[in-house]
Design a protein around this ligand. Structure first.
Ligand code: PLP
Length: 401
C-alpha cells in the first residue's frame, strides 16, 4: 500500500481502503455460507404471499421486485463503491456512458443550462453538445483550466458544471478547490468524471464535489472484461438518478456486478502498482532521445504538477507521450511492440497503447486534430500490472525501431 493511501485511512474512516475493497458492502454470512457474493441471476423476484406484497408496497419493507428496479448483487456493488468513494450512495450502470447520460438527464429540464469543460471525454461532450439541444437544454463548453471563463459562463439557469480530472489524453488536472468556490458562489452543482484517478488517487467528495462519475470498466473492474459505470454522491441526488435509471433501463447484469466486485478486491493493489510503474515509465520516456514530450501529472514538467500533487495521492496508470518524427515513425513504433497491446481502453491488468490520431480522432481532419492537440506522433499508454522493466524494454525496443 503506498504511503499516500495509508494517509487517507482516517479521512475515509474505518478500515483501510485495501480491506474495504475486499469486504465492504457485503454481509458476512451469505447465501449457502458462500464466501463469494452470490450472483442472483434473475429478472424477477417473488412474494411469498399478499402480506409480503403489502409489507413492501405499504410499509416500505425491503424487498426486490423486478430486475430493472434493483438486484441484490448490484446492491452490494453499489454499497462497496459508495464506501470506497466516501459517498452516501451509488447507482451502478451498464457502462460509464450510461451513468453519465442518465445522471445528466436526471438533473436538467427544458430551459436549463449546463457548463462543461472542453477536455472532457469525447462522447460526453458529443452528448452535451448535440443531444441535449434537442430537449431545449443549452450547453456552454469552456476551455479547461480557465476558471475565469468558466465562472463567467455560469448563468441564472445553470444547473451544474461538469468536468473530468485527470483528462484524456493530456492528463490535465482540474482544480477541485477552485471549482468548489465558484460553484458555491453561484449555487450550482459540481459533477466530476473521476475515471482516470479512481478513489485511491483522488477523492472528489472530500473536496465538496456533488457527484462523482466513474467508468468502472477501467480501474475499478480492472480486467478489461466488462463494461460498467457508476455515479456516487449524496442520497437525495442519487435517488433522483436511480428513479430515472429505472425508466432508462441501462441496467448492469448480475454477472457483470459479480465481476466488478471481484475486480474491486484487488483494486488498491493494482492501482498502487500502476501508479508506481507509470511514474517510472514516464521518467524513462522523458529521458529517451526519441521522445519529444511526456505528459504525466506526477512529473515536474506537467503543467498541472502542483495541483496534482496537492489533490491526488498518485498520478494514475496513464502516460501520454509524443515522439520525434512523423506518422510513419508512429506506426513503426506500434508495429514493433511485442508486450503492450494496441487497444483503446485503460485501467486493466494488460498494458494497452493507443494512437489517438489513428483511432479516437480518425474521423477528424489533421487541422481539427492539431487544434485539439492530437498530433500525428502522440501515444497514450495505459499501464497494466506487468513487470515495469519488461514494459520499458518493450517500449525502448519499439522506440529504437
Ligand atoms: C473519462 C471517461 N469517462 C467515461 C467513459 C465512458 O465509459 P464506458 O466506456 O464505460 O461507457 C470513458 C471511456 O473511455 C472515459 O475514458
Amino acid at each position: 500500500m503506498p504511503k499516500s493511501a495509508k494517509q487517507k485511512k482516517t479521512a475515509v474512516g474505518g478500515k483501510s481502503l485495501s480491506t474495504r475493497s475486499v469486504h465492504a458492502g457485503e454481509p458476512r454470512r451469505k447465501y449457502a455460507d458462500s464466501l463469494m457474493t452470490p450472483i442472483i441471476q434473475t429478472s424477477t423476484f417473488t412474494f411469498e404471499n399478499s402480506k409480503a406484497i403489502e409489507d413492501y408496497t405499504k410499509k416500505g419493507k425491503e424487498h426486490f421486485e423486478y430486475g430493472r428496479y434493483g438486484n441484490p448483487t448490484a446492491k452490494i456493488a453499489e454499497a462497496r463503491l459508495a464506501d470506497l468513494e466516501g459517498a452516501e450512495d451509488c447507482v451502478v450502470f451498464s457502462s460509464g456512458m450510461s451513468a453519465i447520460t442518465t445522471t445528466i438527464l436526471s438533473l436538467v429540464q427544458s430551459g436549463d443550462h449546463i457548463v462543461i469543460t472542453d477536455d472532457s471525454y469525447k462522447k460526453t461532450l458529443e452528448f452535451c453538445k448535440s443531444y441535449l439541444k434537442q430537449f431545449g437544454i443549452q450547453c456552454t463548453i469552456v476551455p479547461f483550466g480557465d476558471y475565469g471563463i468558466l465562472e463567467k459562463a455560469i448563468k441564472k439557469n445553470t444547473r451544474f458544471v461538469f468536468s473530468e480530472s485527470p483528462t484524456n489524453p493530456y492528463l490535465n488536472v482540474f482544480d477541485l478547490v477552485k471549482i468548489k468556490e465558484i460553484a458555491d458562489r453561484h449555487n450550482v452543482l459540481t459533477l466530476i468524471d473521476s475515471t482516470f484517478s479512481t478513489p485511491l488517487n483522488q477523492r472528489p467528495i472530500e473536496f465538496g464535489m456533488d457527484l462523482v462519475l466513474q467508468s468502472a470498466t477501467k480501474y475499478l473492474a480492472g480486467h478489461n472484461d466488462i463494461l460498467a459505470g457508476a455515479v456516487l454522491g449524496r442520497m437525495e441526488l442519487i435517488e433522483k438518478i436511480r428513479n430515472l435509471h429505472k425508466s432508462m433501463g441501462g441496467l448492469i447484469d448480475p454477472h457483470c456486478c459479480y465481476l466488478l466486485l471481484r475486480g474491486l478486491k484487488t483494486f488498491p493493489l493494482r492501482v498502487a502498482k500502476q501508479n508506481e510503474s507509470a511514474l517510472k515509465i514516464a521518467r524513462f520516456l522523458e529521458d529517451h532521445p526519441r521522445v519529444r514530450k511526456v505528459y504525466y501529472p506526477f512529473i515536474e514538467s506537467h503543467p498541472h504538477y502542483d495541483i496534482a500533487k496537492a489533490q491526488m495521492n498518485g498520478g494514475g496508470g496513464v502516460v501520454t507521450f509524443d515522439i520525434k518524427g512523423n506518422v510513419s515513425k508512429a506506426k513503426r513504433l506500434l508495429d514493433a511492440l511485442k508486450l503492450c497491446y494496441i487497444g483503446p481502453s485503460l485501467g486493466g491488468v494488460e498494458t494497452l497503447i493507443t494512437h489517438p490520431a489513428l483511432v479516437t480522432y480518425y474521423d477528424y481532419t489533421r487541422k481539427e486534430r492539431y487544434e485539439l492537440g492530437i498530433t500525428d506522433t502522440l501515444f497514450r499508454l495505459a499501464v497494466g500490472v506487468e513487470d515495469v522493466d519488461d514494459l520499458i524494454e518493450d517500449l525502448d525496443r519499439a522506440l529504437q525501431a
